[in-house]
Design a protein around this ligand. Structure first.
Ligand code: F0G
Length: 350
């Protein structure tokens, strides 16, 4: 089959580009939709994982970033800026490098996973750690983009949403129709907004006959949309979604209500249990925040509120290699042996 051209080429007619738009792509998108037999068994549903960690920088952010950087280049920007819990900065740094643009990133000090920090640095971003949380970083980045010649590539940028909506198109293109339920982790709430936009477009004038119910899940210590109140000091091991005042809050509520869906909280314990289950049984290694979608699905199933026989897609948003700390801390320390088969066999219980 021919080379996958990246999502802008693949979905050109549904994106705000023209023939002369200078497309910046790392050939993102076309991520696997992986059947999840253990989750299907546990829920009585047909469950699939949309594995967004398979994107070029290891998260779904690449879908939005190919559009945001493409449009920034088209508009003549020389520099971009973002606030990030890690993945947005990794993606912005990579796409800006590809476009020959300067990239500035603001991250909460000490609260982003090491792999993501490494990505921003290796791609040459100008990285500042802010003595504050993500919400402080976003406020600062927005202000800088107003007062200085630098464009903001956070998901408040509509081009990010346009790019990210293509994940819904891919799901429908593979399944032949929309699923009954779509589960997502929710942080700043851009992605649930984007998926809902994509599903609506495909149901309005595309191949889908219906729209799914959107189920979003926040970490319990950072669940402003669930409680209806800004969280001043958000706290969760899922650092990617450690956000107390989501920029797309209202749009997430619209996605929930228009789809007849839900936005609930999952505890860190539930997130880590789903994280391990995904790795051990489905063999899909995700970062902790990504497991919130699966933790949420299992939680709802346990209450009996998930009707069996439905088709369910859970987006797992980021690659596990970005944040290996939780994989290592949950496992026994490896044993060292001499170069000796008998010693190896004894340790392996063979
Ligand atoms: N999962 C991962 C792995 C993320 O990195 C994020 C957001 C989300 C889920 C939530 O998506 O914000 O659209 O609701 N990460 C942003 C960042 C905030 O800076 O990388 P959302």
């Amino acid at each position: 089959s021919p080379l996958w051209p990246g999502l802008i080429e693949a979905y050109r007619s549904r994106l705000p580009v023209t023939r002369t738009t200078p497309v910046v792509t790392l050939h993102e998108g076309a991520t696997p939709l992986v059947p999840a037999p253990e989750l299907s068994r546990r829920t009585g549903c047909e469950v699939f994982l949309k594995v967004e960690g398979a994107n070029p920088t290891g998260s779904f952010k690449d879908r939005g970033m190919t559009m945001a950087i493409t449009k920034a280049l088209e508009e003549g920007a020389r520099a971009v800026i973002c606030a990030s819990t890690g993945n947005t900065s990794a993606s912005a740094a990579a796409y800006a490098a590809r476009a020959g643009m300067v990239c500035a990133v603001l991250v909460p000090q000490g609260k982003i996973a090491l792999g993501k920090l490494a990505q921003a640095l290796v791609h040459g971003a100008k990285l500042l750690q802010v003595d504050g949380n993500f919400d402080d970083c976003l406020g600062l980045a927005s202000k800088l983009s107003i007062d200085y010649p630098v464009s903001l590539v956070n998901s408040v940028n509509q081009y990010r949403i346009e790019g990210q909506k293509t994940a819904s198109f891919e799901v429908v293109d593979v399944l032949g129709d929309a699923p009954d339920v779509h589960c997502l982790p929710v942080g700043n709430a851009g992605n649930i907004t984007a998926y809902w936009q994509g599903y609506r477009e495909y149901a309005d004038d595309g191949p889908a006959t219906h729209r799914p119910r959107m189920w979003g899940f926040q970490a319990a210590g950072a669940a402003p949309i669930v409680t209806g109140k800004v969280v001043e000091h958000p706290s969760t091991i899922a650092t990617a979604i450690r956000i107390g005042n989501p920029a797309s809050w209202t749009k997430a509520l619209a996605a929930r209500d228009e789809s007849g869906g839900r936005i609930d909280a999952v505890t860190d314990r539930e997130i880590l249990a789903a994280y391990r289950l995904l790795a051990r049984t489905e063999a899909v290694f995700v970062e902790p925040a990504s497991a919130a979608s699966v933790a949420g699905l299992l939680k709802v199933a346990a209450t009996g509120e998930l009707e069996p026989g439905q088709r369910v897609v859970c987006t797992v948003t980021g690659n596990g290699l970005k944040d290996p700390e939780w994989a290592i801390s949950g496992a026994p320390a490896p044993v060292t042996i001499p170069v000796d088969a008998a010693a190896a066999a004894a340790q392996l219980g063979l």
